[in-house]
Design a binder for this molecule. Structure first.
Ligand code: CA
Length: 735
């Protein structure tokens, strides 16, 4: 693929290069990598992406740009632009649409710097686009291997890039952190940040601060140990690393976390060597924020691995620090400052990785401004902490939750509900998808409200039966099929879907109470943008991008996108025109797991960047026609015992990608309609021997016997015929 970088805007003519793993070749006298060269070395070249810490710290003063993931270092996702407002909304139309190179889930927030949009998509591919026209300037594909898809809990997504001094930084799904030349997309440096033999992945956006770039990782469902690492922006040299949980021997790691793990965390885990662990978890896969005032990094720490603490840490009842915590460390050295654990001894996948937002709120003495940290993590409580020392100011449920009584004991610990600890087929809300997940919230300083995409999805946890410890594989330590009927009667799926919902919630963080909410029938609605015009923008699961009134929640405008908009919208301005941009696509955890909620084969749309402006009159792309023929490919076979075994093995091994009840959300093939399901041998070759490994379907021979795969096939075929019986598929004419 060759692309000419020839726009007069950057004065770079006749520069063509190729993409891929091989270094890019540029016909510009070898100067492509040197974007910051003094004038004279590259004639009439204008340096690009000239962003340093000071410029990001002052980002609120140039709302024409979007310089960092959350808009500013405080990550409030509030823009001072107001050309798009209540009066002009009717004129808002499509300005340009860019289709990304590879489909799957789209979660990124684009950055815009000096006329160029830098955005990432699935498989960690990075794009530089002309932000005014959508014209492609360069594309960088790190060529993540298809097999690595199996290391991810929640699709091969990426939430964004960082820019700094002529470089674009991308956390690659397979664990690399790479610095690209912002002018060309050429790799400047590349560091492997994880042990790639383990199921680590990276989906979060790196952040730059001072002369460092910081990245965490994911993998808490598959068995890893969490940490964050700061690298030198110029060279990629490791500066400091902070582990969020001890290693099994509780030995020093020669990392900056050694001292505090020894002092505080080690004693909250079982005795040396006595505890069984699958990494312990504590991955920091999303929010890592620079607090400029206190010169500290705030890290959102994830859940325990496995989820079941009886398996994760059987010989203690300790809190398992720093799981599910907000952790503050010194920006220069990485040394521990303070922490607040939202969920002691996590057992429900209650990550505190969710968005950390900084703000000055009138919570000081006599209503004086106080600098606070705000978070609405998975566990359903809204936290306000003092940013300087982590002191808890308020913790209030912002939605339905039944894991605590809603009270705190004299030590400030949540009072747990007994059934939520015993977990004998108990439906806990929030479930592992969380009352709030990665979908960004926003804060409007004028209304004083935080706008939160809220989910209500219960989950059946059962630690009393079918509990397996599947090391370095999908490993939650609970019955993966808890609450699954083998043969659900017609209406069951509707009933399950009815339990799920969500809302856009306007939350007052000072009074610690809700102001208004817009309820949705479906959960996991998109990220949020707030603007000075008193508007709140959010995409939803019905494919609409909607503008709401920030004071009242009144729906003011909407446009149907192709595919759903889980990502957060962002806004910028060029030549006096305001633009509004959002990624749409199909994928992410909700589409993978909950096909029954979102409609069978509802998606498959390519991921796109869709950009609106006033007077925009481009056409929205037409939806792709659904090509799946929903017909069983084999007669039903097997006895009830075999179907039961197949359901259990499917729930343990397959449903995280192929969908609960074997109903795919359209991202990964729906096995019920797969031609391979008709053939015992072909099925076994794919499932156990990895015949489709390149497409991400890895071999399951270590986890499944031939008896298991036969049973899974019997269950899948049974589910196909159940869909026919329920009127959701047609019987074949003949085989
Ligand atoms: Ca998790």
């Amino acid at each position: 693929r060759k692309i000419a970088w020839g726009t007069a805007r950057f004065g770079r003519a006749a520069c063509a290069f190729t993409f891929g793993r091989a270094p890019a070749v540029c016909a510009c006298g070898g100067q492509a990598a040197d974007t910051t060269a003094p004038s004279g070395s590259v004639s009439e070249e204008k340096p690009v992406a000239q962003v340093d810490t000071d410029r990001i710290a002052a980002a609120a003063e140039e709302p024409e740009m979007w310089l960092t993931y959350g808009g500013t270092y405080d990550e409030q996702r509030h823009s001072a632009l107001g050309q798009i407002n209540r009066d002009t909304l009717p004129e808002l139309g499509v300005g340009w649409v860019y289709e990304t190179a590879k489909p799957r889930g789209a979660e990124a927030t684009p950055l815009v710097v000096d006329g160029v949009m830098y955005v990432s998509s699935a498989w960690s591919v990075v794009y530089a686009l002309d932000a005014k026209t959508g014209e492609e300037l360069w594309v960088y594909d790190p060529e993540v291997s298809g097999e690595d898809a199996a290391k991810g809990c929640c699709d091969v997504v990426n939430r964004g890039v960082a820019v700094h001094n002529g470089k674009v930084f991308i956390g690659v799904f397979d664990g690399r952190l790479e610095a690209l030349d912002a002018a060309t997309g050429e790799v400047v440096w590349s560091e492997v940040t994880v042990d790639q033999s383990k199921p680590y992945t990276i989906t979060g956006a790196p952040r730059v601060f001072k002369d460092k770039v910081i990245i965490g990782n994911a993998g808490g469902e598959l068995g890893v140990r969490g940490y964050v690492t700061a690298y030198d922006v110029a060279t990629g040299e490791l500066v400091w690393r902070f582990y969020t949980v001890p290693n099994p021997e509780k030995k020093p790691d020669d990392a900056v976390s050694d001292a505090i793990l020894a002092k505080l965390a080690n004693e909250t885990w079982g005795d040396d060597g006595a505890w069984v662990t699958d990494g312990g978890g504590g991955t920091a896969w999303d929010s890592i924020v620079y607090d400029t005032v206190n010169d500290q990094i705030l890290i959102g720490v994830g859940n325990g691995s496995p989820w079941n603490p009886d398996i994760r840490d059987p010989n203690s009842d300790g809190d398992n620090l720093f799981l599910s915590s907000i952790l503050a460390v010194d920006a220069d050295t990485g040394e521990y400052r303070w922490h607040y654990q939202t969920t002691p001894r996590d057992r429900w996948d209650y990550t505190a990785t969710q968005q950390i937002m900084l703000a000055d709120l009138p919570l000081g003495e006599g209503g004086a401004d106080r600098r606070v940290v705000m978070q609405a993590p998975k566990n359903g409580f809204f936290y306000v902490l003092d940013a300087e020392d982590g002191e808890l100011i308020s913790a209030t449920p912002f939605t339905n939750q039944n894991w605590t009584t809603g009270e705190f004991d004299e030590n400030g610990r949540p009072v747990l509900v007994e059934e939520a600890v015993d977990l004998a087929l108990y439906a806990v809300i929030p479930g592992p998808t969380g009352a709030h997940n990665w979908h960004p919230m926003a804060f409007n300083p004028d209304t004083g409200l935080v706008y939160i995409p809220v989910n209500e999805i219960p989950f059946f946890y059962d630690k009393t039966r079918n509990v397996k410890d599947s090391k370095s594989f999908w490993n939650i330590g609970y019955d993966a099929a808890a609450g699954w009927p083998v043969e659900y009667p017609a209406g069951t799926l509707d009933a399950v879907a009815d339990m799920d919902g969500g809302s856009l919630l306007a939350w007052d963080p000072v009074k610690a109470e809700p102001r208004w909410a817009v309820p949705f029938a479906l959960p996991l609605n998109g990220g949020v943008l707030s603007t000075d015009a008193g508007l709140v923008f959010q995409g939803n699961k019905f494919g609409d991008l909607v503008a709401y009134d920030a004071e009242t929640g009144e729906r003011l405008w909407s446009e149907q996108l192709v595919g759903n908009a889980a990502a957060a919208p962002m806004t910028y301005e060029i030549d006096g025109e305001q633009y509004l941009s959002v990624l749409s696509g199909w994928g992410s955890v909700s589409n993978l797991i909950a096909g029954f909620t979102y409609g069978e084969a509802a998606g498959k749309e390519p991921a796109r960047v869709i950009t609106f402006k006033l007077g925009g009159n481009e056409m929205m792309p037409a939806p792709l026609a659904d090509q799946v023929v929903a017909t069983p490919k084999s007669p039903m076979f097997g006895e009830p015992e075999q179907h039961q075994l197949g359901m259990q093995r499917f729930a343990e091994n397959c449903h995280f990608c192929h969908g609960a009840f074997a109903i795919s959300g359209g991202v990964i093939p729906d096995l019920r309609w797969s031609a391979i399901s008709a053939n015992e041998q072909a099925w076994d070759q794919v499932v156990r021997e990895g015949a489709l490994e390149k497409q991400g379907m890895v071999a399951f021979s270590d986890h499944l016997t031939k008896e298991d795969t036969d049973a899974i096939r019997a269950y899948v075929i049974q589910q196909a015929w159940l869909a026919v019986a329920n009127g959701n598929a047609s019987a074949p004419g003949a085989y």
